[in-house]
Design a protein around this ligand. Structure first.
Ligand SMILES: [Fe+2]
Ligand SMILES: [Fe+2]
Length: 299
């Protein structure tokens, strides 16, 4: 694959699939007998609703600056997909609450982070505001390196099936993961189109990586401490490492190896994951198929 850009063979038109899930049959520990794996993955439901809403908010402001028609189409497709992702993860939260895990104390902080700290008014109007928009576009590109990494991981995480993980949750994760793989080049190409500064890429990667590690470990601890079925539930780096070796969470080594790839000058997201695998999953995902059937009935 080219280092400089996506080949046309790898490019798929991006469309939002309007999926919906019903959670009433999903148990609290949807990876049976493994609350740590369950809650580590559950952190996605805490971060993504506000995080992906923020992507959409930033990208809507960037649209007038895009001078490439194909990229603009991709960004519009990306916005549509992220809006549905955000909504789909948000809909898991009332279900967690019904099971005794009220996420509000945590999500209130995440909302503040994305809406205020990373909002439009953090820097004063004028040049600083434009600098801030470019900085956020670069932050999104760095985060999307990880959403693509996780998407590729979950599409291949057969150990979750072997351990009897809840099929509805797996479909949510794999439908989302597949769309992340499908649109993995958009955020990086937009960053390169608008700016592409290598120093900015490194700086925003460091910020995004540190923030993700910080938010994730806090989120897992929050769930483990508040899970009504656990007494003295704890989270540890060792527990994460062990699950990575077992295959129910990403391997620590694979995560670390993904860092120099993003920072390499020849990086392009098309080198990560497989569009073919993503498209194949989307063609068989129960939620994506139901969305397609509903769309056909409506037209
Ligand atoms: Fe997403
Ligand atoms: Fe994404």
């Amino acid at each position: 694959m080219s280092n400089k850009g996506r080949s046309d063979g790898d490019r798929v038109p991006l469309k939002a699939r309007k999926v919906s899930f019903s959670w009433e049959d999903t148990p609290l520990h949807w990876v049976p007998g493994d609350p740590f794996t369950t809650h580590t993955i559950n952190v996605l439901h805490l971060l993504l609703p506000a995080g992906e809403r923020w992507f959409v908010h930033v990208y809507r402001q960037v649209l007038p600056y895009i001078r490439d028609e194909r990229l603009r189409e991709d960004v519009i497709g990306f916005i549509g997909q992220e809006a549905v992702h955000s909504q789909a993860h948000d809909e898991v939260l009332p279900h967690l609450k019904e099971q005794g895990l009220d996420p509000t104390p945590y999500t209130a902080q995440v909302d503040w982070l994305f809406e205020k700290l990373l909002g439009d008014r953090t820097l004063p109007p004028g040049r600083a505001r434009r600098w801030w928009l470019k900085e956020r576009v670069a932050l999104i590109a760095a985060i999307e390196h990880y959403t693509a990494f996780l998407g590729d991981w979950v599409l291949n995480a057969d150990e979750l099936d072997r351990r009897g993980a809840d099929p509805t949750m797996l479909d949510l994760l794999r439908w989302h993961g597949a769309e992340e793989v499908e649109h993995r080049s958009v955020a990086f190409e937009l960053f390169m189109h608008l700016d592409g500064s290598y120093r900015r890429r490194v700086r925003t990667w460091a910020t995004a990586f540190a923030a993700l590690v910080f938010l994730w470990q806090r989120g897992v601890r929050f769930f483990m401490a508040n899970d009504p079925t656990l007494t003295g539930g704890k989270a540890s780096l060792r527990a994460f490492y062990v699950r990575g070796r077992r295959g129910t969470l990403p391997a620590t080594g694979a995560l670390l190896r993904s860092v120099p790839r993003y920072l390499s000058r020849g990086y392009h997201p098309s080198q990560e994951g497989s569009t073919e695998q993503a498209v194949a999953y989307l063609a068989s995902s129960p939620a994506a198929l139901a969305a397609l059937a509903a769309e056909r009935r409506a037209s």
